[in-house]
Design a protein around this ligand. Structure first.
Ligand code: GSH
Ligand code: FES
Length: 116
């Protein structure tokens, strides 16, 4: 039933954000991005050298529709770290250039490695 599906979109989003300490919502995949903004963001993130989760919002139109409302952020990509929205492409690139992205990603990855 599609009302069940609608109802669960927000729950799925919350679960994804909760379960993945480094999560990129993007268009396409890191290996095959479908947009320049998503490409730049995923490349900056990949250059940090830690694994991260991603959701291709082109494959998930319900998430594409719902996440901007939940996040209060209108566009993609969206980087979420430890349950909080870091920002989109511009912010990711700026943090990368200021050498702020790598320590954030490294520290987060280390923290969750220790917990395993
Ligand atoms: N300045 C933005 C660029 C991203 C952007 O403008 N994304 C647009 C085009 S890819 C978007 O997500 N639009 C809404 C949509 O396609 O659902 C950023 O820093 O992330
Ligand atoms: S898909 Fe056109 S700008 Fe991103």
């Amino acid at each position: 039933m599609d009302n069940t599906e609608n109802q669960s979109t927000l729950d799925r989003i919350k679960q994804q954000i909760e379960e993945n300490p480094i999560l990129l919502y993007m268009k396409g995949s890191p290996k095959l991005p479908s947009c320049g903004f998503s490409s730049q963001a995923s490349q900056a993130l990949m250059s940090c050298g830690e694994p991260f989760a991603y959701v291709d919002i082109l494959q998930n139109p319900d998430i594409r529709a719902e996440l901007p409302k939940y996040a209060n952020w209108p566009t993609f990509p969206q980087l979420w770290v430890e349950g909080e929205l870091v920002g989109g492409c511009d912010i990711i690139i700026e943090m990368f250039q200021q050498n702020e992205l790598q320590p954030l990603i490294k520290e987060t990855a280390e923290k969750y490695k220790e917990e395993e």
